[in-house]
Design a protein around this ligand. Structure first.
Ligand code: ADP
Length: 483
């Protein structure tokens, strides 16, 4: 097949900014369709119909009735919103409930999470098989375990002949495991419940189904693609990924340069260079009730989980404070970490907001001197990219996408024609983080060098251009479509 046409891609995702977001997946799913337009790719996005956003859609059209969709009736809606071309699985019995996207009000996974997202993938397969009379995708692109059964259902359907599939791993820590007893409820073939199929130590692994059956696997940075092949990072799926090594590629995430722009951001005092950040710093200090100090104002914007290495930051914090630095943190997550940071905030130079606040995140990234990302593993990471864009120097762990996006300050990168954009530390332990914080404070005192690094950071390409071209090339190579 070799056709000159627009490539039609159906993206299958459990979240998508600006409609519904718990983390970086939403940002990527929300930004990619726009970034691909110039690449000859038209992407539609299939999303669950969560009640929080359904009411925001103007004039959604019913495109299909699905009388029996994993335990109840459902409809497929079509709508446009914020430049996105949406298909929405409106299945109230699966998605219309109070609580989070994945967790109930008790903080536990919804017991029927496997069915909820199997339903989404099953509808993706229906669309690949002609559910909509006027549109059929060339490629179906699933994201994470929630989108991972789409390649499986398609591989086991007539569409396997003409529709190709891609699965992107945004975070392999989440694998969508279900008891074997749910095979028929999930509409999975018992014959595929083997170690060569989606069986994983006696359970169903929805992510593994995607890893086995997708035509190509991508992940969100080249370094994470390498790391996934190791027991340390592969989280039990390294063997499967090693088998599929030649089909696995790392494509870095970008950020939306219109949403994250120091020149145009409506939530900050706009600026064009690192020196211009100053008024935002005053606003941020006032907002967090932090006094003037001689050291850098550092921030964290993050989920508070073990992955993010923030327990290491708690241990290393005294070094930052001893050097006159400050910390402002915005995050929510593990109750223990929330309590530990609330306690740390008894220090006058530490201030903490427990919660999720998109616009506060913008003000923090604009006003701070540095952003700290000490993750134990980080598939790509977005906040260090926001930091670069806003001249807020990232101090990051040497892992995954953090390794791929920050040029660390070393004697070589600080010499002559300075190219450094931030700092990195390794091993990912508290003493190395403490040393990096001390180095950060020392660099901050060298004002000219600091601003130079800030300018480098702001000039570093963090948009989607390069990566959108890589996704487009992947889709086109799979579908045989050339421009
Ligand atoms: P992950 O997806 O693992 O949480 P990423 O760095 O890829 O990590 O993406 C996190 C996204 O969520 C970023 O856009 C970040 O700004 C946002 N975010 C995380 N926590 C908060 C919070 N408490 N308030 C506002 N935004 C947050």
């Amino acid at each position: 097949m070799d056709r000159c046409a627009v490539t039609r891609v159906l993206s299958v995702t459990s979240e998508c900014a600006p409609l519904v977001k718990t983390g970086g997946l939403a940002d990527v799913a929300g930004a990619l369709p726009g970034a691909l337009i110039g690449q000859g790719v038209r992407m539609r996005t299939l999303l669950p119909g969560y009640p929080d956003f359904l009411w925001k859609l103007r004039d959604p059209r019913v495109r299909a009735e699905l009388p029996e969709c994993f335990g109840g009736p459902a409809r497929l809606l079509e709508a446009r919103h914020a430049g996105l071309d949406l298909l929405i699985l409106d299945a109230p019995h699966l998605f219309d409930r109070e609580g989070g996207l994945y967790l109930g009000l008790d903080g536990r996974d919804w017991p029927d999470n496997p069915e909820r997202f199997a339903a989404l993938c099953w509808v993706a397969s229906k669309i690949a098989n002609g559910l909509l009379s006027d549109w059929q995708p060339d490629i179906v692109h699933g994201h994470d375990w929630q989108g991972a059964l789409a390649p499986y259902f398609i591989a086991r359907s007539p569409a396997a002949k003409q529709v190709r599939t891609v699965l992107t791993i945004h975070n392999i820590a989440f694998q969508g495991l279900a008891p074997a007893a749910r095979l028929s409820a999930l509409r999975l073939a018992p014959a595929d419940f083997t170690s060569e199929g989606f069986e994983y130590y006696g359970k169903i692994s929805m992510l593994k189904a995607g890893l086995i059956f997708a035509d190509r696997i991508t992940t969100v940075s080249p370094t994470y693609a390498d790391e996934l092949l190791t027991p340390e990072f592969g989280m039990g799926l390294e063997g499967v990924l090693q088998q599929r090594r030649s089909d696995l590629i790392g494509i870095l995430n970008g950020i939306d340069l219109d949403v994250w722009s120091p020149e145009k951001d409506a939530h900050i005092i706009p600026y064009h260079n690192p020196v211009g950040k100053r008024p935002n710093k005053a606003v941020l200090r006032a907002e967090f009730r932090l006094p003037e100090t001689v050291g850098p104002l550092c921030i964290v914007v993050s989920r508070l989980t073990a992955q993010k290495g923030l327990d290491l930051l708690l241990k290393a914090l005294p070094v930052l404070l001893d050097h006159g630095g400050q910390l402002a943190l915005l995050g929510t997550g593990d109750p223990e970490l929330e309590a530990a940071f609330a306690k740390a905030a008894e220090h006058p130079n530490v201030s903490v907001r427990i919660g999720y606040d998109e616009w506060l995140a913008h003000r923090m990234i604009a006003g701070a001197d540095a952003i700290l990302v000490p993750s134990r593993f980080e598939p790509c990471g977005l906040t260090q990219l926001y930091g670069l864009r806003y001249g807020t120097l990232p101090l990051v762990a040497l892992t995954g996408g953090l390794a791929d996006t920050v040029i660390p300050a070393t004697p070589a990168t600080l010499a002559g024609n300075v190219v450094a954009t931030g700092l990195q530390f390794h091993p990912i332990q508290a003493p190395a983080l403490s040393n990096a914080l001390a180095r950060l404070c020392a660099l901050y005192r060298q004002r000219e060098l600091w601003h130079r690094m800030g300018r480098n950071a702001m000039a570093h390409p963090v948009g989607w251009d390069h990566s959108a071209a890589a996704y487009a090339a992947l889709y086109k190579s799979l579908s045989g479509i050339t421009q």
